[in-house]
Design a protein around this ligand. Structure first.
Ligand SMILES: *Cc1c(COP(=O)(O)O)cnc(C)c1O
Length: 371
């Protein structure tokens, strides 16, 4: 039934995984295996995934797939930590970084063509890394833009680029990028997959054995591994992913519709709203619209007041847990200036939707009026 938690830094026998042995605790741990296999199945992948000590550790490892001097194309609204990491790597000369509006397919295709022309190389073997990497997040954080995944994958592959998709917001239950041709999927397991705000973990899934071997090597050498207890908790969380997502998405749809009709809310960003710019794409490539809503409340002060007036919604960063969280994004100084000052991100949890609405409604009513 439940597997034991293996707390050992080394294993009897010699050799690494290649010899059928476990070797040392930085190469493998039996407690990682069931989660790595389950996540891969959910993503429709034969090869087991790879668990990492955090989502950003997984992202850093995936970015290492880029050839030295290559180009990484990223959405301007990529998850903040991923963007900062890529900017810093670019500043050190590791690769060139190009940011794009990921919802603007033509702009992304143009960036791919320019990157390929610059490197002048066809898709290289894994040893040299990939000259061009297209990094996709969809829906994006926190603007919830929706990328046209099939079109971007086709365009990227036509230009010899490797396609990596951060699937944290959607989870494999709502979106399966590998089925749409993407090469690699990354996750912050911290969020929906583990689902209880009690672990920080990440994962990568790929169906390409060479890419997986390169990632496993990188994880082993740079040591960004998961603790066995965290891995065990993540597997426990994964068991209820379907139920949690179903409830959270239902709640989000109801709340987004009501917020769209609220006079204090200037704009609602949620792909489940028929009027949302990403709605048609989300319908075509996702089996649900997710449980993150962003609302624009105008001035920063008003947004902060609403966040502060909530009682049931917890004012905290992060997302994807059973409890609902609320946060004004621009309170983070590294958040791009293209994110409105008064943008508040809601991570909708699994509480009763009427309790969530009552609390939000009261907070919106109590907040000072906009001038
Ligand atoms: C949280 C998050 C990350 C980073 O993951 P950590 O587990 O916090 O390191 C990456 N991408 C997205 C979309 C996230 O929400």
């Amino acid at each position: 039934m439940n597997l034991p938690i293996t707390v050992s830094s080394t294993f009897v026998g010699v050799g690494e995984l290649a010899d059928g042995g476990r070797g040392y605790g930085r190469f493998s741990n039996p407690t990682w295996d069931p989660f790595e296999e389950a996540l891969a199945r959910l993503e429709g992948c034969e090869l087991p995934g790879l668990l990492y000590g955090s989502g950003l550790a997984a992202i850093a490892s995936a970015l290492e797939l880029t050839a030295p001097g290559g180009t990484v194309i990223m959405p301007a609204h990529t998850y903040q930590g991923a963007l900062v990491g890529a900017e810093e790597a670019a500043a050190k000369g590791r690769f060139d970084l190009v940011t794009v509006d990921i919802a603007d397919t033509e702009a992304v295709l143009a960036a791919l063509a320019a990157a390929k022309a610059k490197t002048g190389v066809e898709r290289a073997g894994i040893l040299g890394g990939h000259p061009v990497v297209l990094w996709v997040e969809s829906p994006t954080n926190p603007m919830l833009e929706v990328a046209d995944l099939p079109a971007l994958v086709a365009g990227a592959h036509a230009h010899g680029a490797l396609v990596i998709v951060d699937n944290t917001f959607a989870t494999p239950l709502l979106q399966r990028p590998l089925d749409m041709g993407a090469d690699v999927v990354v996750h912050s397991v911290t969020k929906y997959l583990a689902g209880h705000s009690d672990v920080v973990l990440g994962a990568v899934v790929t169906g390409d054995p060479q890419v997986r071997a390169a990632l496993h090597h990188d994880r082993s050498i740079r040591g960004a591994i998961a603790g066995p207890f965290e891995a065990w908790l993540a597997l426990r969380g994964l068991r209820t992913l379907a139920l949690r997502m179903e409830r959270a998405c239902e709640n989000a749809q109801v709340l987004a519709e009501r917020l769209a009709g609220h006079p204090a809310v200037r704009a609602v960003r949620y792909p489940g709203l028929p009027g949302d710019a990403g709605h048609a794409r989300a319908r075509a490539q996702m089996s649900g619209f997710g449980a993150i809503i962003s609302i624009d409340l105008g001035p920063a002060g008003v947004a902060e007041a609403v966040v502060g007036a909530c009682r049931l919604w917890t004012p905290a960063t992060s997302l994807g847990g059973v409890e609902s969280l609320i946060e004004r994004r621009r309170r983070h100084t590294a958040e791009p200036a293209t994110v409105p000052e008064g943008l508040v991100r809601l991570s909708v949890g699994i509480e009763h939707v009427e309790d969530l609405w009552a609390d939000l409604e009261l907070a919106l009513r109590e907040a000072p009026h906009q001038h």
